[in-house]
Ligand binder design. Structure first.
Ligand code: SAH
Length: 379
């Protein structure tokens, strides 16, 4: 080792300010000997003006900007592809350092615009009907990679002429299980709702989970967002097959956690997601069992017609079956909606987000082998 490299102090890595929520930014500024209010001042630049360079922050003095350049950085994912569906749905593939990529989808409706945000590169839960599961898992997203999806989508949508406030709602329903990336997801959701961030109302930010019971309780303590739960079956035997996490946290425990969540939020309810698969979970008897289950929790039911992907054996339920299922639930007095399939011409529908996952599990290899086998069998 040369004398120079042995004595040089190691450069401490720069802090990416997009990784910090307001409290984190306040701590950061105090830590570098600055006043706390700088956090709000910089947040306005980052999230209201959407600048990503310190030298564009014209009301921050030159000396502080130079200091920030030395110890901090502003790094966001990079747009690899932007695709627009015939129905206005827009999908971005965002590149992350090291070769992974994630997907983010914007779904415009008459009175709102919803952004579907990813929380992990791939997913570790392996739900049998989800294409993200087949990609395997690589890692959790950082806070900057999560809030960066909102930042980029908002900037691009404005550039595309989709209005001044195109995003009115955010759903953590993209790739990954958000409650397995708890701290980064909570910090990013704080930035979405902070007045100095994107300023969305609490109830317009929704976290969707496959049912991680202890983390639902944790979320109830640390955040105040809407909760959606991916149920997909009214009994444990079937749910064990569709959502393997159910073996660890069965339906009764999940429902109890949901009740604890709403008990802390007067007038709130849980949205239960139920993907309808032909001959699997769409029979009238399942609808009746679901009614019994959901009567015990203030709830809304969101029925999702299954979205197919290469290599899956599941099929979408027929429209008549979906309507019959909905009717049983509605006649029992529950609120049920059927999620309109959006963006499926650009593979942007629920369960179709795949990104580019440098898989650390065996799952993507097994899925590819099955696809190859399918081709051989078909030939
Ligand atoms: N891991 C979280 C976040 C993913 S949200 C969760 O499980 O809730 C994505 C939603 O789309 C979930 O309700 C999921 O179960 C559903 N989904 C997954 N694959 C699907 C498919 N192929 N067709 C329709 N919905 C699907």
């Amino acid at each position: 080792m040369s004398e120079a490299s042995a004595t040089a102090a190691p450069a401490s890595p720069k802090v990416n300010l997009f990784d910090l929520d307001r409290a984190g930014l306040q701590r950061f500024f105090i830590g570098i000997g600055e006043k706390k209010y700088r956090a709000e001042q910089v947040m306005k630049w980052l999230y209201h003006q959407q600048v990503d360079r310190f030298d564009a922050m014209t009301d921050v003095g030159k000396a502080l900007r130079t200091k920030l350049d030395a110890c901090a950085e502003l790094v966001l994912p990079k747009v690899m592809h932007e695709q627009q569906s015939a129905d206005g749905t827009t999908k971005w593939v965002l590149a992350l350092p090291g070769g992974n990529a994630i997907e983010t989808v914007y779904i415009p409706e008459t009175s709102r615009g919803t952004l579907c945000v990813s929380s992990q590169v791939g997913c570790s839960l392996n739900c049998s009907f989800c294409s993200t599961a087949k990609q395997g898992f690589n890692r959790n997203l950082s806070t900057s990679e999560i809030i960066g999806q909102v930042w980029i989508a908002n900037q691009r949508l404005k550039a595309l002429g989709r209005g001044e406030r195109p995003i009115t709602n955010v759903v953590m329903m993209g790739m990954g299980e958000p409650l397995l990336n708890f701290d980064n997801v909570v910090a990013a959701m704080d930035l979405m709702r902070d007045d100095f961030g994107f300023g969305l109302a609490n109830k317009r930010v929704t976290l969707s989970t496959a049912g991680l019971v202890p983390m639902i309780d944790e979320l109830s303590e640390k955040s105040d967002v809407s909760l959606a739960v991916s149920l997909h079956a009214p009994n444990d035997a079937l749910r064990d097959q569709l959502v393997p996490l159910n073996k660890k946290y069965p339906i009764a425990e999940l429902m109890a956690a949901c009740n604890r969540y709403v008990a802390k939020r007067p007038r709130s309810s849980i949205t239960f997601e139920y993907t309808l698969m032909k001959g699997v979970n769409d029979k009238p008897e399942y609808a009746r069992a679901l009614v019994k289950l959901l009567r015990r929790v203030p709830s809304k039911l969101n029925l999702i017609p299954f979205n197919p992907f290469p290599g899956t054996d599941y099929e979408r339920s027929d429209p008549a079956t979906i309507e019959a299922f909905k009717k049983i639930v509605m006649e029992a007095g529950l609120i049920a909606t059927v999620r309109r399939t959006r963006g499926d011409d650009i593979d942007a529908a629920c369960g179709q987000l795949v990104g580019q996952v440098l898989d650390r599990t065996r799952r993507s290899r097994e899925h590819r082998a099955r696809l190859e086998q399918g081709k051989v069998d078909a030939a």
